[in-house]
Design a protein around this ligand. Structure first.
Ligand SMILES: Cc1ncc(COP(=O)(O)O)c(C=O)c1O
Length: 396
């Protein structure tokens, strides 16, 4: 070994999809080959079979395969009749599409702050916003199961019942997650999943699915994804092209067989990170505090006892977060910020009239969160390298 190779840091990737691919290569290639032979390239039998399998897996009435998680959100909202002039409540601490899908239906996003322990939309904050702001034509609420942990579905059921609201879940990051044994995707009237390649259940390109507990809404969403036509060239309403490709359906059917095992592995990796961070003395005594400082620079992710968290992401709070991120990048250790800017402060939503300070917990989360590498094939050695580098940073 030369001196230079001995000192070179070994990178730890944020995500390495090739490691997953080699474990399922033959099955995936055979499934794609079958689609090639059938030339059933858009929707078709593979997508229909995937829809049946997802419905059975999540115990929902219907699943509708579509072109992306963003389109799934639009289907989930339009499918329950969200339209021009409505308001819809969601969290400002999420991916952009949670709110942009509301505007795509012609409705107005209304934000409420998060629970600082889980980073999920707070049902109490939603209740408060309804009482204080009385949003016009308020139709429903969109909780986002952020990082793979379900929101408190009982609390949202109560808010929805008392204000006659529909619940549309953004389950883009939560395939396989549960609340008291009920699956994400079955906790609202409709829900949206993303199968973007970085997601825990991922396609070979863009894809998504909308689910519903109501079979009629399922039929409606199927029409909407195909230009609002149940029968070709007869359009009952204005829909869009939001169809899923046959190849994506075939690949997802293969991956669906492995998802529970992969999710289990993610949970094990998360538990190992917790232990490593605690043993390194970085996370204080209890670990899951919502405050970080020089004494306890890291806060571990908090999981509610009722939730099965599938750890789509493992996200810590970190003291001096931006410096830590730079340090890890220099050592080629993957890490990401989900999300650096809350949606109420995005330029395109200026017309909604929010200002800095409106949602302090969301704003603080944007300054403190850091996602560490997590994927089922990540090794313990790699995890140790991640934590050693974090410990080195805070020892300086
Ligand atoms: C919370 C959330 N909602 C919606 C989406 C949109 O999904 P897609 O990228 O498949 O359109 C994503 C994916 O990034 C997401 O993380």
């Amino acid at each position: 070994m030369t001196a230079s190779s001995a000192t070179k840091p070994t990178p730890v990737p944020m995500l390495d999809l090739k490691r997953q691919y080699v474990t399922i290569r033959e099955q995936v290639r055979a499934a794609i080959d079958q689609v090639c032979e059938s030339q059933s390239l858009v929707l078709g039998e593979e997508v229909a079979a995937l829809e049946r399998e997802i419905s059975a897996h999540l115990e929902v009435a219907s699943a509708v395969g579509c072109s992306s998680g963003t389109d799934a959100l639009w289907l989930a909202l339009a499918g329950v009749g969200v339209t021009t002039g409505d308001s819809f409540i969601t969290t400002p601490f999420t991916f952009f599409a949670s709110a942009s899908s509301i505007t795509r239906c012609g409705a107005r996003p209304v934000f409420a702050d998060i629970d600082p322990a889980t980073f999920n939309l707070s049902p109490n904050a939603v209740e408060q916003v309804i009482e204080d702001k009385r949003p016009e034509n308020l139709k429903g609420v969109m909780p986002v199961h952020l990082y793979g942990q379900c929101v408190d579905a009982d609390a949202f059921d109560a808010v929805a019942a008392s204000h006659k609201l529909v619940i549309v879940e953004d389950a883009a990051q939560a395939f396989g997650a549960t609340w008291k044994g009920r699956h994400a995707g079955a906790l609202g009237l409709t829900a949206a999943f993303s199968f973007y390649p970085t997601k825990n259940l991922s396609a070979f390109g863009d894809a998504g699915a909308a689910t519903t507990t109501d079979p009629e809404v399922g039929e409606h969403m199927k029409r909407l994804r195909n230009h609002g036509a149940a029968r070709r060239y007869y359009h009952e309403e204005i829909g869009w092209n939001a169809r899923m490709d046959g190849i994506q359906g075939a690949v997802l059917r293969i991956k669906l067989r492995h998802i529970e095992q992969w999710n289990q592995r993610r949970a094990e990796i998360a538990a190992t990170y917790d232990q490593l961070l605690l043993h390194a003395g970085l996370a204080g005594v209890r670990g899951t505090s919502i405050h970080v400082d020089a004494v306890g620079p890291i806060a571990l992710p908090a999981t509610k006892p009722e939730a099965k968290h599938i750890f789509h992401q493992y996200v810590i709070r970190a003291h001096r977060r931006d410096e830590l991120r730079e340090f890890l990048h220099q050592r080629q250790i993957g890490c990401e910020i989900y999300y650096p800017v809350p949606l109420h402060l995005q330029q395109c939503f200026a017309y909604l009239g929010y200002k800095p300070g409106d949602f302090p917990e969301s704003e603080r989360a944007c300054l403190e969160v850091l996602a560490l590498p997590i994927f089922p094939e990540l090794t313990e050695d790699e995890q140790q390298r991640v934590i050693s580098a974090i410990a080195e940073f805070y020892s300086k």
